[in-house]
Design a protein around this ligand. Structure first.
Ligand code: HEC
Length: 189
């Protein structure tokens, strides 16, 4: 997995690198960005989920509240150095930094009306990979219904850190938000 990810990054980066080939980056087909985005999201999600699962196993959900944050992991800094950013966004958010912007809100609406499917959106300077995030059973311990799936001590830990939390009341299979990877076309290496 890591090898093919490195290879894909190499392909995109080498296209972005040389000014003569700059247009190539913009004309790379959506399928390349879909594949690259899928791999980056899988790698990031696996890292986050592994740390979350370990934290839950060690000290429970209330303790693990600090681990469901992709920015807590060095991987995301590494991507930034390559002109790639990755974030999660939601319109029913826990961390206000993750509030969906206008592009993200439009995509969330599309996922609700047309069904959740990964999309590539091209703007003048960027290529956006956007993937829906659906709620799974284990997420309900922190995003389900307070007093039912979310234990009181977990709710206290959440409220201490996130005073404006809106990310509860979800059910399994609900649209929770989206992953958003941005590939900059103008990054100078
Ligand atoms: C141990 C508690 C916990 C569990 C389990 C958990 N989360 Fe979270 N989740 C959080 C916290 C805390 C945040 C805020 C992170 C931050 O500061 O960016 C968050 C944020 C998010 C966000 C970013 C948007 C927002 O609301 O700020 C998404 C999307 C998300 N979680 C999805 C999931 C999914 C999907 C699962 C299950 C696979 C899951 N979470 C499991 C605690 C949890």
């Amino acid at each position: 997995m890591l090898v093919s990810l490195a290879a894909l990054i190499f392909v995109v980066i080498s296209c972005l690198k040389r000014p003569a080939e700059k247009t190539d980056a913009a004309t790379l087909p959506d399928s390349v960005y879909l594949k690259l985005g899928d791999q980056l999201v899988t790698l990031t999600f696996d890292t986050l989920r592994d740390a979350l699962t370990t934290a839950i196993g060690q000290q429970g959900f209330a303790y693990a509240v600090s681990f469901c944050n992709e920015k807590a992991y060095p991987l995301t800094t590494y991507y930034q150095e390559e002109g790639i950013t990755i974030r999660r966004a939601s319109d029913k958010y826990r961390n206000p930094q993750n509030i969906a912007d206008s592009l993200e809100s439009a995509l969330l609406d599309q996922f609700r009306t047309a069904g959740p499917a990964t999309r590539i959106v091209r703007t003048e300077n960027e290529i956006h990979y956007i993937k829906p995030i659906l709620v799974q059973g284990m997420c309900l311990h922190c995003h389900g219904t307070p007093g039912v799936e979310i234990k009181p001590e977990t709710l206290i830990a959440i409220a201490q850190k996130y005073q404006t939390d809106k990310a509860t009341g979800y059910k399994e299979g609900d649209l929770r938000g989206l992953w958003h990877v941005v590939f900059s076309k103008n990054k100078k290496h």
